[in-house]
Design a protein around this ligand. Structure first.
Ligand SMILES: Cc1cc2nc3c(=O)[nH]c(=O)nc-3n(C[C@H](O)[C@H](O)[C@H](O)COP(=O)(O)OP(=O)(O)OC[C@H]3O[C@@H](n4cnc5c(N)ncnc54)[C@H](O)[C@@H]3O)c2cc1C
Length: 689
């Protein structure tokens, strides 16, 4: 029998887990006995979507590891144990809990940690960071007794952390050292637009602020003292001022470390020891640390290829990003700051819609070098393809960012992309590979994703992948698949029938019996709706909470700017003057826009998520309850005024409407229901019905 070599993987984060999965699928897998150390108390989870923990996702929902993965693939997992040193002479990895594993190869995937500027007071109770599930639990705990929160750092992660603090109901401030937000990704114009949009959501931004110390506050727990003499009081300080590579184990094992930290690697991801690789955020390639998942996954592929004795190299990575920050679309591509010699810049700004777009093109106007989009990132896919694939620009490049006129189209359809166009940067999947997989039989997104892995990383390319799929299927003469998603080979109607016939009461039961994988946003919410309309159980019970849409969780409708609208029930349209006054007072107090709905109720728009509990407290005291305006359920029963007031009315239609509404309110259904309670009438009535 062939003796296997031992491979030790240090760190089971996003990149460590991706490495294991890539290895298991490769020919090198059979050559190695794999052992992995995972310092955290749980196996790899999706840090990219960490903030969804605050909108109801559990640690389990965020897990990246399929149940039984380690056992099935015979990988030894040391959970909650940190590898502390690599004894390179004896070729052993030593762990905190006393494990000593002899190795042939080591892969370090230890990630990074949040940088906390070492100012006096940075380590006071209530000074927190934002990286792990435990950090999020600490933030939630601290927020219970807090009124205000300050995020130190106005970068991408800082703004995500600020969203978390506002969602937790805190008056939120962002303190940034640089003169603008997201200084790495955005130019001045883009950052100014982002700032104004975020301030409109109630977050106070302080730029060019150098925090010198944190001391006891007078009105709040802490007082932050800035170099310009100003002060800011707060109950929570959340540091999000950048990341630093976790290179501690490499330092202690005398591997080469960069001047400013990071484990030095070459194009093969090898450290200064030929048997030790480093990948992900701990690795320093060409003096760069890559703080995104896609480059880490590329490094993982590079190492696996070498274990397979193939030639492979990591030669850097594109750092373009597209995200939604506090409901605001933001994207940055390539040379956003126009640093390339001779680069030309075009900008478009629409003050009323708060949209900012900028493209950076080569001096000969042939190539797109970079772009910044704020307020509308719909063009991201097209611009990215121009940039990454060197596709020649149209004669007037500014047409790419100007509002399109009906007689021209500058968007790149999937057909315009060359086969070499990279569709998924996380897993380096080209359009050619996608098309090959489609021709070989992958005719839905699920099959395509599992065959090519495209759209299974950060998810940014999902829309592009779907459009390539639809376009190719169309060309091949196939009908477009109607499965609800890749986790169920069924339509929505099929799922409804299964729930009914098999008497299925929870999403997990349906998934186990008739689906695969862990579900996604599409099937979870669809099944949530089916279960609610069939069984009508309380949708916020623990077993149903994870499959509800955000509107159902917060009893309010999220609007396009990320704020919420509230529609209290006005049964049968009957409302007292006192209740109208109460609605007016709430609207005034919280600065809400009010509108009478088509269902004779009053909609209050523009509430921040953290204001919802206080608003509901006041509405409940005034005698209101939820109008279920967010649910697929009975919402309202309209009525004419009936015989009590109408000269021609024959019956009491208002009482009937109230009776019907009270009887069926909140009843879940496949679609929203509105009724009208009109009783017999002489036909002479002139009032609108
Ligand atoms: C809130 C947030 C949002 C983000 N959003 C995006 C995004 O939109 N797009 C994007 O591309 N990226 C995003 N990122 C970055 C992305 O999460 C990282 O690039 C990715 O997690 C890096 O993977 P990694 O495996 O290198 O590090 P990690 O995921 O941090 O994993 C490293 C693991 O190794 C463990 N470890 C460290 N030392 C040891 C040791 N000695 N022994 C054992 N275990 C050890 C750590 O505890 C950790 O569990 C985001 C990050 C955060 C925090």
């Amino acid at each position: 029998m062939r003796v296997k070599k031992t491979l030790v993987v240090i760190g089971n984060g996003m990149v460590g887990q991706n490495f294991l999965e890539t290895l298991v699928a490769s020919s090198a897998y059979t050559d190695y006995q794999v052992v992995t150390f995972c310092e955290e108390p749980r196996v790899a989870y999706d840090r990219v979507h960490l903030s969804e923990y605050f909108s109801g996702k559990s640690a389990e929902d965020l897990s990246l590891v399929e149940s039984g993965f380690f056992e099935k693939n015979n990988i030894t997992l040391h959970l909650g144990d940190r590898a502390v040193r690599i004894d390179r002479d004896k070729k052993q990895v030593l762990s905190q809990k006393g494990e000593r594993i002899a190795y042939d190869k080591v892969v370090i995937a230890s990630g990074s940690y949040p940088f906390v500027p070492p100012m006096p007071g940075h380590d006071r109770d209530g000074c927190l960071v934002y990286r792990t599930i435990e950090d999020l639990e600490a933030i939630t705990g601290a927020a219970k007794n807090a009124k205000t929160g300050v995020v130190v750092g106005g970068g991408l992660l800082g703004l995500e952390a600020a969203k978390a603090l506002t969602d937790l109901g805190l008056e939120t401030h962002v303190v940034e050292f640089a003169p603008r937000l997201m200084a790495v990704q955005l130019d001045e114009g883009g950052a100014a637009m982002l700032r104004s949009k975020i301030e409109a959501l109630g977050v106070t931004i302080h730029t060019s602020k150098n925090t010198q110390k944190i001391i006891d506050g007078d009105q709040a727990i802490h007082k932050m003292c800035f170099a310009d003499g100003e002060e800011l009081e707060t109950d929570i300080v959340l540091f999000s001022a950048g990341i630093r590579p976790r290179d501690d184990i490499a330092r202690d094992s005398f591997l080469e470390i960069g001047q400013r930290g990071g484990i030095v690697i070459d194009n093969q991801c090898l450290t200064s020891d030929p048997d030790i690789y480093a990948i992900g955020e701990c690795a320093l390639w060409n003096n760069q640390i890559f703080g995104l998942v896609a480059p880490g996954y590329q490094m993982a592929r590079t190492v696996v290829a070498q274990l397979e004795q193939k030639e492979a190299a990591f030669l850097g990575a594109d750092m373009s990003t597209k995200l939604k920050l506090m409901g605001v679309d933001v994207a940055s591509i390539g040379d956003a700051h126009a640093k390339t010699q001779g680069a030309l810049v075009y900008t478009y700004q629409d003050g009323s819609s708060e949209i900012y777009k900028r493209i950076v093109v080569s001096a000969d106007k042939k190539n797109l070098l970079g772009a910044v989009l704020v307020g509308d990132s719909a063009g991201y896919g097209t611009l990215l393809q121009y940039c990454l694939n060197g596709i020649e620009l149209p004669e007037n490049p500014d047409a790419l960012i100007l509002p399109s006129r009906s007689d021209e189209s500058v968007g790149l359809g999937p057909d315009a992309l060359p086969a070499s166009a990279q569709i998924c940067s996380c897993h380096d999947v080209s359009k050619g590979q996608v098309c090959e997989a489609i021709t070989a039989g992958c005719q839905d997104m699920g099959a395509l994703k599992s065959e090519t892995k495209a759209a299974t990383g950060c998810g940014g390319c999902t829309a592009l992948l779907k459009s390539v799929l639809d376009c190719e299927l169309d060309k091949l003469g196939f009908e477009v698949n109607t499965d609800i998603c890749e986790h169920f080979s069924h339509t929505r109607q099929d799922l409804y029938n299964l729930v009914m016939v098999d008497e299925i009461k929870t999403f997990d039961e349906l998934l186990t019996g008739h689906g695969r994988g862990r579900g996604c946003e599409v099937c979870r919410q669809a099944v949530g709706s089916i279960l609610a309309s069939y069984w009508n159980e309380y949708v916020l019970e623990k077993q149903h909470l994870g499959v509800q849409d955000t509107n159902d969780v917060y009893l309010a409708n999220m609007q396009k700017d990320g704020t919420y609208s509230i529609v209290p029930r006005v049964t049968g349209g009957e409302i007292t003057p006192q209740m109208l006054i109460a609605l007016g007072e709430v609207g005034n107090k919280y600065g809400l826009y009010t509108k009478i709905t088509g269902g004779q109720r009053i909609d209050l728009f523009g509430a921040q998520i953290n204001q919802l509990p206080a608003i509901w407290d006041e509405l409940i005291v005034a005698g209101f309850e939820s109008g279920h305006a967010y649910g697929k359920s009975l919402r309202t029963v309209k009525s004419c005024v009936g015989s009590t007031w109408c000269r021609f009315g024959l019956d009491d239609s208002v009482s009937l409407a109230i009776e019907l509404e009270n009887r069926y309110k909140g009843l879940r259904a496949p679609h929203k229901i509105k009724m009208a309670g009109l009783r017999l009438h002489t036909g002479m009535c002139r009032s609108p019905r």
